[in-house]
Design a protein. Structure first.
Ligand SMILES: [Fe+2]
Length: 302
């Protein structure tokens, strides 16, 4: 996997030794659920010898985790406007360094040559039944194809790079719900966003039925995106990810009522498709600063 991301992993790992060298415990592999921090007690003389060895936990990351835990009380939670504002505020102020990244890592350098078929890489920083924290790394020209987030609220913060984001919402929520179970059926969707975003930029939020629940990311330069997903995807709980191909509204002008015809550019037809081959991501171990489950913000010293 390390070869797939052009040495990025090695370099990031090197940085993290520097950042988290004093920390205790270990990291989990992607998708293996909660991270468990296990403290190993050192003999006293060792502890004295390493008096400065205080685990470095970025306050912003821990604050994000604690706020997510307070916000996402169950898998059906849709955050209140106040909670959305709070999470956005935390995310807006987060720096790449808070998750162990730096803009001068090899992966993000403009001269970094994209290898053929280089895929998007993802890391799960934390996952429980109510929410998950994930990082996505897109090489230049890398694409996360148009996909949905059923019943989910997702906060996305572009930490590094520049990307194009296109997003849609269903025009008819009821009909679109049924369409999730009818592959290859066209459904009318309203274009929510179709813009280029450059880090650092504000956090974007999508909701179960608004805010651009179906979106597509296309990296212009190598990018890192931090996502908060509440609740996480779960096939068992009916929250599997579906993929779509969008067609211009004008391609099928007779299919729906005429009241949208004057705004062709603001609508599109979405066709559910099988998972595109290029949508498969390479999982990567999270080696950034740890999230401490049983720790309140006031205990964080940094
Ligand atoms: Fe997404």
């Amino acid at each position: 996997m390390k070869e797939d991301i052009g040495g990025f992993s090695e370099e990031m790992e090197g940085d993290l030794v520097e950042q988290g060298g004093d920390r205790v415990g270990h990291v989990n592999k992607v998708g293996h659920g909660k991270r468990v921090i296990v403290k190993k007690r050192k003999p006293y003389h060792h502890r004295r010898a390493h008096k400065k060895a205080v685990p470095k936990v970025p306050k912003a990351l821990q604050e994000l985790f604690v706020s997510c835990r307070e916000t996402f009380k169950g898998p059906d939670t849709v955050p209140s406007p106040q909670d959305v504002q709070k999470l956005c505020h935390i995310l807006d102020n987060m720096k790449p360094e808070d998750v162990g990244l730096r803009s001068d890592l090899q992966f993000f350098k403009p001269e970094n040559v994209v290898k053929e078929n280089q895929r998007v890489t993802c890391t799960t920083m934390y996952k429980c039944d109510n929410f998950s924290l994930c990082l996505f790394f897109l090489p230049a020209k890398g694409v996360i194809p148009l996909h949905n987030h059923p019943g989910m609220t997702v906060f996305s913060r572009l930490l590094l790079g520049q990307m194009h984001i296109k997003s849609y919402d269903w025009v008819d929520h009821e009909a679109s719900h049924h369409s999730l179970h009818q592959p290859s059926q066209l459904r009318l969707a309203r274009l929510k966003a179709n813009n280029v975003f450059t880090a650092p930029c504000d956090t974007s939020v999508l909701y179960p039925k608004s805010g651009g629940n179906m979106h597509e990311f296309t990296a212009i330069t190598p990018c890192a995106v931090l996502d908060v997903l509440g609740p996480p995807y779960s096939r068992e709980d009916g929250r599997d990810c579906s993929y779509y191909k969008d067609h211009p509204y004008a391609s099928f002008p007779n299919g729906e009522s005429g009241n949208v015809q004057e705004e062709n550019d603001s609508y599109g037809w979405l066709e559910e498709i099988e998972m595109p081959e290029n949508s498969r991501m390479d999982p990567m171990e999270y080696l950034g600063p740890p999230i401490v489950e049983n720790c309140t913000i006031d205990k964080i010293t940094i």
